[in-house]
Design a binder for this molecule. Structure first.
Ligand SMILES: *Cc1c(COP(=O)(O)O)cnc(C)c1O
Length: 362
């Protein structure tokens, strides 16, 4: 007899596989000094001012946190120049993406997204009993005409990660506006901007360019990547007040913990220091791409804090060869590897190790 009877959609789900950490790789291969370039994290620890705020907040941990994260919503509203009712705060932006699926997708409803993209989209679609409608990438980039064409009267949600994880390509707000004008207002279009801070500003700002014009767009962002708070789990969404109050109904009680709320407030105050750290990562990204191109690799435009290598059938071999030498990247079997921009020393190590294990592909 089975132990319990999981829902068929849950039984069919693969287990989530997070990026391997350095210690796991060391144990597995009997090596030391492994580096993790697998999860697009910030390579630096949180700023001292943020650590101090976390420390202060820790003295109140006997109490539940503010469920709605009211202070964070208010501060985000001011910071972004939007009304507080247009802001939701969630347990990481993946928490908000799950809330969106819970709020809008009934069994049999369709969810449209380009693919390959962020791995949680199929999982949340399936958990809600929805039907995934995927739109193939064109050379790693989105085909928004094909996205528009994929929308039917069963579509409830569209997920667009820009810059896209794992291919690093982005779409402009002008292109998104064209799409939104063609999508009926009873379909929610989620613009997942987890990597916004690394994006060339010429692509536009969806919070300013799209949210005031289109009631059916929701922009999600996070403090996990550029702001270096991945371990705390806090992200936010900006959209129409009606959409925000709908997704708020699906917020797990006290999902945004007190330390995360305090850290978010502190890191917003440290805006200039974060911008300086982002500038360093962007300079490293440019250097890594230049060196890869000099080595003979064909690297298309990359707008996030990682570089995508479409290695096709060679993916697993290259990934394993790198990992055995202590460089942990993120493989997508049969498609490619994604390599996070780390510190300058880590990036040097990656470039040297890649050159050792693999000659360039054009
Ligand atoms: C990393 C990532 C996120 C989210 O992260 P949280 O840590 O949950 O905020 C969201 N979307 C994409 C595309 C990502 O790569």
């Amino acid at each position: 007899m089975p132990i319990g009877r999981p829902r068929s959609v849950v039984a069919a789900l693969p287990a989530y596989r997070p990026g391997k950490d350095a210690a796991q790789a060391e144990a597995e291969h009997g090596i030391t000094d492994a580096i993790k370039l697998a999860s697009n994290e910030n390579p630096l620890p949180p700023l001292p001012s943020v650590l101090a705020a976390i420390n202060d907040a820790a003295t109140g941990l006997n109490r539940y946190a503010d469920h709605r994260a009211t202070a964070v919503r208010r501060r985000l509203g001011d910071w972004l120049g939007v009304e507080t009712q247009r802001v939701a705060v969630g347990c990481g932006s993946v928490g908000l993406l799950q809330q969106l699926a819970l709020a809008y997708v009934d069994p049999g409803d369709e969810v449209v997204y380009p693919w390959r993209s962020f791995e949680v989209y199929p999982v949340y679609t399936q958990l809600a009993g929805g039907v995934a409608v995927t739109v193939p990438l064109v050379d790693g980039a989105f085909d928004l005409d094909a996205v528009a064409a994929a929308i039917t009267n069963k579509t409830k949600l569209v997920f667009l990660a820009t810059p896209n994880n794992p291919t690093g390509r982005a779409v402009s707000t002008a292109e998104l506006a064209d799409l939104l004008a063609r999508v009926p207002e009873d379909v929610i279009v989620v613009v997942d901007e987890a990597y916004r801070e690394f994006l060339d500003p010429a692509f536009g700002d969806p919070v300013h360019d799209l949210v005031p014009r289109f009631p059916h767009v929701v922009v999600t962002r996070t403090f996990s990547k550029a702001h270096g708070l991945a371990g705390l789990r806090i992200g936010y969404a900006v959209g129409h007040p009606e959409v925000i109050s709908t997704i708020d109904k699906t917020l797990f009680p006290f999902a945004v913990n007190a330390l995360a709320q305090a850290a978010a407030l502190a890191v917003i105050e440290a805006d200039a220091e974060i911008a300086a750290r982002v500038a360093d990562i962007l300079a490293e990204r440019a250097r890594v791409i230049t060196e890869l191109r000099e080595l003979g690799w064909r690297v298309p435009d990359q707008q996030a804090n990682f570089v995508w290598f479409p290695l096709g059938a060679d993916t697993d071999d290259v990934y394993l060869a790198l990992e055995k030498r202590g460089v942990v990247t993120r493989p997508f079997s049969g498609e490619g590897i994604r390599v996070t921009i780390g510190t300058s020393a880590e990036n040097d190590r990656f470039l040297a190790t890649l050159t050792e294990v693999r000659s360039p592909t054009g």
